[in-house]
Ligand binder design. Sequence first.
Ligand code: ADP
Ligand code: MG
Length: 238
Amino acid sequence: MGRIQLKQVKKSFGDVEVIPPLDLEIEDGEFVVFVGPSGCGKSTLLRLIAGLEDTSGGNIEIDGKDATALPPAKRGLAMVFQSYALYPHMSVRKNIAFPMRMAKMPEAEQKKRIEAAAKALNLTDYLDRRPGQLSGGQRQRVAIGRAIVREPDAFLFDEPLSNLDAALRVGMRMEISELHKKLQTTMVYVTHDQVEAMTMADKIVVLQAGVIEQVGSPLELYRAPKNLFVAGFIGSPK
Ligand code: ADP
Ligand code: MG
């Protein structure tokens, strides 16, 4: 289960408050997109959920349990970074297996999960290659595969497609949406790209300077943007 609740969560770096106290509910199975201009706090918010940053106040609950002080590995979430976070000296198989090896999962179970992930991501023929021998899209699929094998309660994506060229981005967008449909697992997806937000999200969270300007479905935001910032960002007439 992947229900995530933020209650009065805030974050400062030194004297600078980059996220004033905010509340947010992410339902189990939802595809939620954080969108907003560069520097508005999208990555920080995702890293707070992942446990890669400590909160400066407030609580994070995962499936109704307080997770505020839990280390990342105990939260049941998997973060997908850009594809350059792969290990270049390891095969695709070893890259995907890495989190399972760290968790000392039995070999047979590892093998089963690698095969299932490779099948879901069209990587079966590439398991013995190294990342350097793959296309950008294939590398990104390996990064997603490494998250899938952990069978997380939620996936956290931070601009996973920003390294890819425009044509590949379109394809990967569809693949990630397909994966969400298939797995029905919560996905929290950070982007500064309105098109990605509008085409992928069940729910969009529009951020400006660490503040949530509006939360709603793509259609709700398009039809009834709360202010000029949202209207401008979503591209709706107002
Ligand atoms: P986004 O992902 O939306 O581009 P970030 O979450 O990366 O924005 O950054 C939000 C703000 O917090 C920015 O002003 C950034 O400079 C600042 N910030 C992020 N990480 C740190 C850090 N580790 N130390 C100090 N300031 C940071
Ligand atoms: Mg960022």
